[in-house]
Write a protein of this length. Structure first.
Length: 282
């Protein structure tokens, strides 16, 4: 695997592949890689000639200084994992390489997607995400880019950005990878205490119950039920739970048969924030 830390070195390597018309698949990450990330990379390997992975903990998408400071960094292990799935190129730039002196976000209009859910609780988060993904797309110029449905709102926002700006890249959404007990894999999971880790599968268990109830109960009853479930769980504090339409991400109060819905939530285990979501069947 080739490893680059500067835009220029990466670009000159990739230009060789581009002149040979090789398809480039791209997987942007913040490192501390796990099987969820690897599933995206494997998908990219299947469908492209060359796979580029970036590892960059993007400061402008963090609304919480402590979360940024404590974000796990495991670059040596990440390199081993990337080699184990035959990743071709790793781009791991410094903050200065990406932002120079000006560590700030561009302002984006994602047609309202940015004001829902995570947007209500993480100020400026999606401007940060838009900024880094657009920058990385400009550097890598991939044919296809792979994102996890774990961050479903982010996935929809990136699709919107690509469509609005007519960027020449196809966005591929990939399923959520979970631990055996159902907890969605996340780089932040390593920060959970043993006690928190033990209780964390409760999140997905609750979402699975929601999926069952969605066919038979109305949405406001489900909302109340979820809130009550978390009230009984002292180690997990519910920040939000919402059933939203997949396309607009607007909170749904009633079901319409021609629309697709998902249940989304964010939960604090102590200071560690976990998100998850599940597709619902009408
Ligand atoms: P991150 O390193 O957390 O920024 O994630 C990089 C990419 O991996 C994003 O597209 C995430 O949605 C995706 N991802 C993270 N966790 C998972 C998971 N458990 N299953 C599938 N994709 C994931």
């Amino acid at each position: 695997m080739k490893i680059f830390t500067t835009k220029q070195d990466l670009k000159s390597c990739l230009s060789e592949f581009k002149t040979k018309n090789k398809a480039i698949g791209f997987v942007p990450t913040m490192g501390a890689l796990h099987e969820g990330h690897l599933s995206l990379i494997k998908k990219a390997k299947e469908k492209n000639d060359i796979v580029v992975v970036s590892i960059f903990v993007n400061p402008t998408q963090f609304d919480n200084v402590e979360d940024l400071k404590k974000y796990p960094k495991t670059i040596e292990n990440d390199i081993k994992l990337l080699e184990s799935v035959s990743c071709d190129v790793l781009f791991s730039p410094s903050v200065e390489e990406i932002y120079s002196e000006n560590i700030a976000s561009e302002k984006f209009d994602f047609d309202g997607l940015e004001h829902q859910m995570e947007g209500k609780f993480r100020d400026g988060h999606f401007d940060g995400v838009g900024t880094i993904v657009k920058t990385l797309f400009e550097i890598v110029e991939p044919n296809k880019a792979y994102f996890g449905q774990k961050d479903f709102q982010q996935l929809q926002i990136i699709k919107k950005m690509v469509k609005k700006n007519r960027l020449p890249v196809k966005i591929k959404g990939c399923p959520i990878f979970r631990e055996k007990d159902g907890l969605a894999m996340s780089s932040r999971n390593v920060r959970l205490s043993n006690e928190q880790r033990e209780i964390a599968p409760f999140i997905f268990k609750t979402l699975k119950e929601v999926r069952k109830k969605f066919g038979i109960t109305n949405i406001s009853e489900i909302n109340k039920w979820v809130e009550n479930q978390f009230k009984k769980q002292p180690l997990l504090e519910l920040e939000y739970f919402t059933i939203a339409e997949e396309k607009t991400l607007e909170t749904a109060e009633t079901k319409e048969s021609n629309k697709k819905y998902r249940a989304f939530l964010a939960v604090f285990a102590g200071k560690i924030r976990l998100i998850d979501n599940i597709r619902l069947r009408n």
